[in-house]
Write a protein that binds this ligand. Structure first.
Ligand code: ATP
Ligand code: MG
Length: 268
């Protein structure tokens, strides 16, 4: 049995414990056709994500993490295999699935309030107001409703993004290195804020990062991808209560395991 077979087998063991997975990746492979040579980016990715689970995808640059999210979001097609959400195969984008990116996706010409309301246009006016205020309060931006993005710090802009994503009560939130552009202190704050919000709302989150500490601080499970073509090297459980004790032996053990999987020896 190859190591990747083992990964698949242990994934199926997890599936048996789940009632009904929210997101299912089955044999997902992707090759980008290029003029001179084809670029195989993803190979046989198999993964089940439970409802309300926080899963981090960790892997080296260029291994296909963003591509995997783009396929799950319906922006790219798989060559083989499929991705389903609640049993429905993903074939196109939907406003039930939202993205939060590193570059600020909020509109600079709209206030915090209007940015959050943009996704709520289908709701009756009163309901819009209630949801927008609730979500703005939830991300800690109460009092900044009328502010424009240029008046906000980087962390606050990311809060607006998170609010905008949460407001539409999506099935799944895809986060692609959302805190990558923030300074290290703000990044730490945003991680704990995200966990606070996630615990309260319990959305299913797929979070891409190449930061080992970030993945251990956030995830229920860390899915480690190999270098391109990205395959699942291992799925590592992070069975530690929040807030996570960064000095605990278990934290250090998981960190060692993840660095080893990424082929980094001298990380300590
Ligand atoms: N639309 C596309 N057409 C052609 N090649 C692409 C396309 N999108 C991505 N690629 C290539 O696929 C590979 C994987 O890209 P991807 O953006 O998924 O990597 P990543 O793991 O997210 O990397 P990073 O950590 O740097 O963001 C890269 O070599 C990239 O050049
Ligand atoms: Mg990427």
């Amino acid at each position: 049995m190859s190591p990747s077979d083992k990964t698949v087998e242990s994934e199926y063991e997890n599936v048996n414990e789940m009632v009904q997975p929210k997101v299912v990746f089955r044999n997902v492979s992707k090759t980008f056709k290029k003029k001179n040579e084809d670029l195989c980016v993803l190979q046989d990715v198999d993964l089940d994500v439970a409802p309300g689970e926080f899963v981090c995808l960790l892997g080296p640059s260029g291994c296909g993490k963003s591509t995997l999210l783009n396929i799950a979001g319906g922006f790219e097609q798989t060559d083989t295999g499929s991705i389903t959400i609640d049993g429905q195969e993903i074939t196109e984008p939907s406003d039930r699935r939202v993205f939060v990116f590193q570059e600020y996706g909020i509109f600079p010409w709209a206030s915090v309030w209007d940015n959050v309301c943009l996704g709520l246009r289908k709701l009756p006016k009163e309901e819009q107001k209630r949801v927008a205020q609730e979500t703005i309060d939830l991300v800690g931006l109460k009092g900044f409703e009328k502010a424009y993005p240029m008046e906000l710090s980087g962390g606050m802009k990311q809060r607006v993004e998170v609010a905008r994503a949460l407001a539409v009560k999506p099935d799944v939130i895809f986060m692609d290195e959302p805190f990558g552009a923030l300074d290290s202190l703000t990044r730490l704050t945003m991680r704990s804020e995200l966990i606070r919000i996630w615990k309260q709302e319990k959305p299913t989150i797929l979070f891409v990062t190449h930061d080992v500490d970030e993945s251990i601080q956030l995830a229920d499970r860390v899915v480690v991808l190999t270098e391109r073509p990205g395959r699942i090297a291992r799925v590592v459980d992070v069975d530690l209560p929040h807030p996570r004790d960064l000095a605990s032996p278990e934290y250090a053990r998981i960190k060692g395991e993840l660095y080893e999987l990424l082929g980094v020896r001298d990380w300590g």
